[in-house]
Write a protein that binds this ligand. Structure first.
Ligand SMILES: [Fe+2]
Length: 242
């Protein structure tokens, strides 16, 4: 039994369709939208192929029509790409984003999965990387074999107190220095992390065609090709008021 675990697709269809894996079930732990500009095939793929899903902070913000403040770093990119989503998404797709549950369980045979985008303590917003002590403190009362999470865009797998905390990393905007699309597979109860190269040029071309400003294309290209590791000089450049 093979379960494909995906997170943080972020409207990057070039990355999502590069994942060429057979699976019996697929789960998605949130953040379908923002950053990229090709949300429609991503949403439709998830609706067709995913057995269980949860809402990410970006899904929530798009569905609730929250205007992103420009801020710094990645927030600037969300602010620049979110209005395009409101132009592109019909009410059916908007409702799908807004009605995704915040947490859910999914059972496959003997294996029980708990899905949450960020952490059980703060389901949509708390950033937590592979910190064993911090995760241990957040597993009390969670009854499952796997706790599948996303949000940090950094893949990891921790074995703690009889549970496995699994972050598959980000499909559409990795931030661990590796630009390849990231995902996980649970096969007969055993987790593994995977990467696959995708056509970043296609994602950049799609972004450019969407009509966003040149700095958005430049910053996104740097984020995608560096695996989310912008240089100090790049961060300074994008920090100037716009
Ligand atoms: Fe995300």
């Amino acid at each position: 039994m093979r379960i494909l675990v995906l997170a943080d697709i972020h409207s990057n269809w070039a990355a999502l369709r590069a994942i060429d894996e057979e699976f019996d079930h697929c789960v998605f732990v949130g953040d379908l939208v923002d950053y990229g500009t090709n949300p429609l095939p991503c949403i439709d793929w998830v609706r067709r192929n995913v057995d269980a899903h949860v809402r990410g902070n970006h899904d929530h913000a798009v569905a609730q029509r929250v205007q992103a403040t420009s801020g710094q770093g990645f927030r600037q990119l969300a602010a620049a790409t979110r209005p395009l989503h409101w132009d592109l998404l019909d009410s059916r797709r908007m409702k799908f984003l807004g009605r995704m549950p915040v947490t859910t369980h999914f059972r496959v045979e003997e294996t029980l999965l708990y899905l949450v985008h960020a952490t059980p303590r703060d389901p949509m917003d708390e950033y937590l990387g592979p910190d064993e002590a911090a995760w241990s403190a957040r597993l009390a009362g969670i009854d499952s074999d796997f706790v599948c999470v996303g949000h940090s865009h950094v893949p990891f797998c921790l074995e703690l107190e009889g549970k496995t905390v699994l972050n598959p990393g980000s499909v559409g905007q990795p931030r661990d220095g590796d630009p390849r699309a990231s995902y996980a597979i649970i096969e007969d109860g055993r987790p593994s992390l995977h990467r696959v190269e995708y056509d970043i040029d296609e994602a950049v071309a799609q972004l450019r065609e969407s009509g966003v400003e040149d700095w958005v294309v430049e910053m996104s290209t740097n984020v995608w090709t560096s695996g989310g590791r912008l240089t100090r000089e790049q961060l300074e450049r994008y920090r100037s008021p716009r």
